[in-house]
Design a protein around this ligand. Structure first.
Ligand code: FES
Length: 140
């Protein structure tokens, strides 16, 4: 039997998590290929529609990751993201999507090792959940 390989869309802040991903790469740390990074200037610009669209177009998991609280380059974007994720977790079950498939993390620019570890855990947890919407094929 084939092992299910989830597709995960990760909206990552340019200033922190994207830099941590870059650091992980230059440090030759490996992390699963299942993650598709989408660089955004701040987690505060991740519209809830982006998350819902990602799931409806075939993502099995969505990650939003940015600067630690207090470190946002746009003052409070990550606090906005946190509030939106809380609301999205209430809405997603109405689309038949388990709210555990949406994750929010804070990964600083120097946290390359943490980035690789979190990506590994994320893929393992999403793999256990199985396909989000099995009748859909990934189009992203
Ligand atoms: S600038 Fe990184 S979360 Fe706002």
């Amino acid at each position: 039997m084939d092992i299910f390989e989830p597709t995960i869309i990760a909206f990552v802040c340019n200033w922190c998590t994207y830099t941590a991903a870059d650091l992980a790469g230059t440090s030759r740390l490996s992390y699963p290929k299942n993650i598709r990074l989408i660089r955004v200037m701040c987690t505060g610009m991740v519209d809830p529609q982006y998350v819902i669209k990602a799931f409806l177009e075939g993502a099995d998991g969505v990650l939003i990751s940015g600067c630690h609280p207090g470190d946002c380059h746009y003052i409070n974007g990550n606090y906005k993201a946190r509030r939106r994720v809380k609301l999205l977790k209430e809405i997603l079950p109405q689309f038949g999507i388990d709210s555990r498939r949406l994750r929010l993390t804070w990964i600083g620019a120097s946290d390359g090792i943490q980035f690789a570890g979190i990506m590994g855990n994320l893929v393992a947890q999403t793999r256990e959940l199985g396909p989000a919407l099995p009748d859909l094929q990934m189009v992203i």
